[in-house]
Structure formats: structure tokens, C-alpha cells
Design a protein around this ligand. Structure first.
Ligand code: BGP
Length: 462
């Protein structure tokens, strides 16, 4: 067995506009839904026009101005890929304009040009947990079919502009997240019914398919993928009822992949919609549109969970209410650590779809301590990532086609769930605390050198 990852495997990291850029109103940017969530994606939705709040995301790590320094650091680690997102509200501040905001477009030109200097491939998520807030206020978010038009217009605009600079695209970050947090995902009130949420999701799936079609015709040498929160569940026990409940639990998120990779609603959803009294409006044209499928599957993976038919106590993880696995330890934030789970998930997705896979988020959020000599001895992070990457290598040996790996938050950033800095993922420490205080100076952690050696040796040191 080879100890090395494939030669053309892409190595890097992943960030999201609203968690790093800051400059939340600079150069004509409009307010986005994430600006209304100063306390994180599950926190209070705050009307910014009415309430004056100081949100940490307003400045974040100031990537908007400091990106040259950060990209140089990524290049020093040997990155061949950086996943980031475009803030839709920088390009269309209200979401429904015809003409884009030139200054917003210019920012991403500068950013992609900077990456090109170091041969770092950008991978761009079109919507990472945000959309122009005006689309929520004026149109009711993705509950309104008009959003399909607005989104595809935005996609067309950025495809045209960056066609020579960006060859990897993703549509919606963790598209299955809308089931747990509808405001973040589809811009719906949290009190929305299941039917309203699935209808909004349907519009998003159609928008995604039309965007894929646009990408295929406008940039034929690009690849476009979806993005799933890889919430893989194991049966809590071998009791058949638990196995069946787990099967259904996995369908809840695999449904998104099934539509996006296979081009139609899977049969099991008919039963689900019937049992839950959900009636969707779906035109014949929608069904036609959905047939355009993605080139690869991308996903985030942090933890696995368990499925059970019983009403077992659930751990309130940051993201999902999880049934804890008695065989696994958890991170400081209650996320259960399961390196073998990533091999399981890679095999499961590959067997199901026979499409290449891309791991676009993985990593350990922890409370780091900066030492007197300005570093962080984050052996816990190295161990976590080492163990996961070993399992990725195993999956490749199993025959799974894996295009690349971008760790989450290669530089410390604002946590999506906490809207704080103290949950850090980076190889690079940023001097900024939860009270929004700090110099924003960057320091290399121990893991910085470790990841560099992993990339340099194509995984041989693992
Ligand atoms: C994913 C999101 C990211 C990110 C990550 C870690 O769900 O796509 O935006 O933040 O999780 O989550 P957190 O920041 O809550 O630790």
C-alpha cells in the first residue's frame, strides 16, 4: 500500500466570507442574513436597522484587507487550493438588482489574483450561510420562487467575471442545514412549517441545478459540486428498529445528494412527504431542470452520531441534536471524534453516487493558548487531523476517488455557531478575543509546520 496521496490531490484550507472578511459594509456591500446573526447561526436574529450592536463578524479577522499576508502564509504551508465564498451581498447588495456592484467584483478579482501568484486554486462557494437580507425582507427568502432567478443571475455574473480564474465551484454550503436552521439556510422564520421549509429547499435545489447548467455551458473546463453536511449516523444498537430509524435519519441528509447527483427526487421522499402531509409545488420544468447534475460531491465532516427509535437523551451539539455514541470521545464542544467515520462516509458516498468526492471541511475546534514565545502547542489538533487523514488515505486505497482536502479554518476565524473567536481551528493563530479586542496579528502554531510537512511529503509523514 502506498503511503503517499495521489500526485494531483489538492491540499488546502476552507474559509467563508462572513467568518473572515469583516468590512461588512465596505465598498457598497449590502447587509446579508449573516449580519443579522451576531450571536451565531442558532442565536437571536437581530434587526440591525433598529438595534445598534457590535458584532464580531463586522470586522472578523479583517481578511478583506489582510488577505495578501494570509495567502502568503497558506502558500508557505504548500496549499494548492483555498476554498472561500463570495458574499452575494457584495455583488448584489439587495439581491434583486440587474447591475452588479463593481467594487465588490473587484475585491474578488484581487483575491483570486493573489492566489494565482502562488498557484493556489480557488474553490468558491456561491452561498455560504448567507444571502442579501433584502431578499428575506422583501420576498420572504427562498419560500419565493423569484429567488431562483436572482440567484442564477448572481451565479451568471460571477461565472462571467471569474471564468478564467476559478475552476472549482460549489453551490450552497451544507444545503441540508436548512432542516435544522431555516433562517440561515433558506431565509425563512424559524417557526416555519416542514412544508414551507421543503418548498424553499425545493426552490434552492432548482436554483442549484440551473446554476450547474450555467456553469457547464459557460465554463466547460470547470467543475461544480454540491456541499453536504456529512451527518453520518450509526445505529445505536443492533435492534432492528434502531437500524431502521438510522436508515431514515441518513435519508434526511442523503436526500439532498440524491437530488443533486442523480437528478430527481428519490422514491423514499414520496413516502416521507405523504406521512408528513407535505405537498410541494413542483412544475414539469423544475423536474427537467433538476436533471442537470453535479460533477463532484463535497462535504464537511467533523463527527458522526447515532440513530435510535427510542427517545434517548440527545446531546445538544452545536449543529445537530445528536444521540451520543458511547464508544467515542468528544471535543471540548461536544462534537464526537470519529476518524474511521470519514472512511465510512467516503465509501458510502462513492458507492451511492460513483462521483468524485472532495472533503471541503474537517478539523478540530479548540480553545488554544498562545505561549509566551507566541505559538500554540496544538498537538490535539495535529492528532485529530492526522487520524482523519490516515482514514482518508485508507478510503483512497479502498478505491474511492478523492479530489482533495481543505481543512476548516486554516487561520482562526469567527465560529459559525458561537460567533466567537475562542473556538479556533487554525494552523495560524489570530490575536482577537471574544470581546472583539486584539491586534489581529497572525502567529504560526505548531500545526502550521505539521501540515506543511504533510503536504510536502504528500501524506508520507502521517
Ligand atoms: C460548518 C460550517 C462552517 C463552520 C464549521 C464549524 O457547519 O460550514 O461555516 O463554521 O461548520 O462550525 P463552528 O464554527 O460552529 O465550530
Amino acid at each position: 500500500m502506498s503511503n503517499k496521496f495521489p500526485e494531483h490531490f489538492l491540499w488546502g484550507g476552507a474559509v467563508a466570507a462572513n467568518q473572515v472578511e469583516g468590512a461588512y459594509l465596505a465598498d457598497g456591500k449590502g447587509l446579508s442574513t449573516s449580519d443579522y446573526l451576531p450571536y451565531g447561526i442558532f442565536g437571536e436574529i437581530v434587526d440591525r436597522e433598529e438595534k445598534d450592536i457590535i458584532a464580531i463578524k463586522d470586522r472578523a479577522i479583517d481578511f478583506y484587507h489582510r488577505y495578501p499576508e494570509d495567502i502568503a502564509l497558506f502558500a508557505e504551508m504548500g496549499f494548492s487550493c483555498l476554498r472561500t465564498s463570495i458574499a452575494w451581498a457584495r455583488i448584489f447588495p439587495n439581491g434583486d438588482e440587474q447591475e452588479p456592484n463593481e467594487q465588490g467584483l473587484e475585491f474578488y478579482d484581487r483575491l483570486f489574483d493573489e492566489m494565482a501568484k502562488y498557484n493556489i486554486q480557488p474553490m468558491v462557494t456561491l452561498s455560504h450561510y448567507e444571502m442579501p437580507y433584502n431578499l428575506v425582507k422583501k420576498y420572504g427568502g427562498w419560500g419565493n420562487r423569484k429567488l431562483i432567478k436572482f440567484f442564477t443571475h448572481y451565479a451568471k455574473t460571477v461565472f462571467e467575471r471569474y471564468q478564467h480564474k476559478v475552476k472549482y465551484w460549489l453551490t450552497f454550503n451544507e444545503i441540508n442545514m436548512s432542516l435544522h436552521e431555516p433562517f440561515t439556510g433558506v431565509g425563512l422564520p424559524r417557526s416555519s412549517s416542514k412544508e414551507q421549509i421543503y418548498q424553499a429547499i425545493h426552490h434552492q435545489l432548482v436554483a442549484s441545478a440551473r446554476t450547474i447548467k450555467l456553469c457547464h455551458s459557460m465554463i466547460p473546463d470547470a467543475k461544480i459540486g454540491n456541499m453536504l453536511l456529512g451527518a453520518v449516523a450509526y445505529p445505536l444498537t443492533s435492534k432492528p428498529e434502531d437500524v431502521w430509524a438510522t436508515h431514515n435519519e441518513n435519508h434526511a441528509w442523503l436526500f439532498f445528494g440524491d437530488v443533486q447527483a442523480r437528478g430527481a427526487y428519490p422514491s423514499y421522499m414520496k413516502r416521507f412527504f405523504k406521512d408528513n402531509n407535505i405537498n410541494l409545488t413542483m412544475t414539469e420544468q423544475d423536474k427537467e431542470d433538476l436533471k442537470e447534475t453535479i460533477d463532484f460531491i463535497s462535504f464537511s465532516y467533523y463527527m458522526s452520531c447515532c440513530g435510535t427509535a427510542d427517545n434517548s437523551p440527545r446531546l445538544k451539539g452545536n449543529v445537530l441534536d445528536m444521540v451520543p455514541n458511547p464508544h467515542l470521545k468528544a471535543s471540548e464542544w461536544g462534537w464526537q471524534i470519529d476518524p474511521l467515520g470519514i472512511r465510512f462516509l467516503l465509501n458510502l458516498l462513492y458507492e451511492r453516487y460513483q462521483k468524485p468526492l472532495f472533503i471541503v471541511e474537517n478539523g478540530l475546534g479548540a480553545k488554544d493558548v498562545l505561549t509566551a514565545d507566541k505559538t500554540v502547542n496544538d498537538d490535539y489538533r495535529i492528532d485529530y487531523m492526522n487520524d482523519h487523514l490516515v482514514q482518508v488515505r485508507e478510503a483512497i486505497e479502498d478505491g474511492v476517488e478523492v479530489l482533495g482536502y481543505t481543512s476548516w479554518g486554516p487561520i482562526d476565524l469567527v465560529s459559525a455557531s458561537q460567533a466567537k473567536m475562542s473556538k479556533r481551528y487554525g494552523f495560524i493563530y489570530v490575536d482577537l478575543d471574544d470581546d472583539n479586542k486584539g491586534t489581529l496579528t497572525r502567529y504560526k502554531k505548531k500545526s502550521f509546520y505539521w501540515y506543511k510537512s504533510v503536504i510536502e511529503t504528500r501524506g508520507e509523514v502521517l
